[in-house]
Design a binder for this molecule. Sequence first.
Ligand code: AMP
Ligand code: MG
Length: 376
Amino acid sequence: MALMRPSLISLDDALAILAEAIPAPVQGAVRADRDDPALDRSTMDGAAVRFEDGLAPRRILGTLFAGDDPAGWQVEPGTCMRIMTGAVLPAGANAVVPVEQLREVDGCLLPELEPQAGAYIRRRGSQARSGDLLLPEGIPANATRLGLRAQVGEPLRPFQRIQVGVAPTGDELVLAPKPHQIRDSNGPMLAVLAHALGAEVRILPAVPDDPEAIGRFLQDLGPTQVLLTAGGVSMGERDFLPQVLEQLGAHILFHRIRLKPGKPMLAALLDGRVLLCLPGNPVSAYLNTLLFLPVVLARLEGHALPLPWRTGRLTAQVPNPGDRPLLHPCKRRGNELEPLSSRGSADLVRLAQADVCAWIPEGGMEAGETRYLELL
Ligand code: AMP
Ligand code: MG
């Protein structure tokens, strides 16, 4: 049996803990404020007719457009009205003939096919009756549901993209690196990723490996609702983030997960903000953001939790010694996932050449079906 360190929680548990810790806006029930539609409406551009008149020519009384009040109009035998999609049927009419099936001769309209009773009419209340429960309480929001709320008269609450701050950490990060230093790749990469995931992003200045500087930084986050840090959460002697968070009284949701790469990952709540403290290695920082940030954004926005996994077929064996599942970079051709020879969590070269990361269980796997994440 694989050695399970109790301090490492599974990815699924970590995602669930994070989702539960973030209060989502309450989504009330949605009820129809009136019949839908409120009156009988045409579903086509054409003519409102009496079907009993069959193929006979009808004198045109006038035209009804969507939004017109049909009061005062009456379709008698031998007459009809032009009618546009969404317009209310005039009294007396009991069928619509689409414009494609109409001929006009001497100011009269003639159907080319026998009109059917009720054809092309959306009946009053056929979609919902006034007072019907359309969505029960607690259904997550999405665009269609907010559209439905607008339809029943609920004003759209002002909304904004979630403000995400991205802060790289580490004394080794400089713009013009000497051989013993490096450039910051995480800041730009995570900012682009967070933007692609729908956030409003600010790249914050790099935080030095100094507990006091880290503390000051964490207490001065301004409008940031979600903070992504990269680096400084591991076991190194200058990985100060966990202890500073503890000193500040942050609520640590989890620290260290059973995933390769990305084990040192920490999530916390501090002063009403959500903190995703990612490991510094770029592949870990990227993949943990791709996994965890969508959950945070969905909760804050009241949306359903994302299901980022797709299924494909690994074309070759991938070894994975150890006791953590592995996310392995692959090229994707259709449904086929071709593993690249990644050198691990610092290997941004292979990650950038990949299209997806495939899930490789503990112990590795032969060629065959597995789940994967599309890289953004
Ligand atoms: P840490 O998690 O701080 O121990 O960092 C792990 C590794 O990631 C180290 O080799 C760091 O130099 C590297 N690293 C940290 N931050 C960044 C960054 N912003 N861009 C690129 N590499 C980084
Ligand atoms: Mg560091």
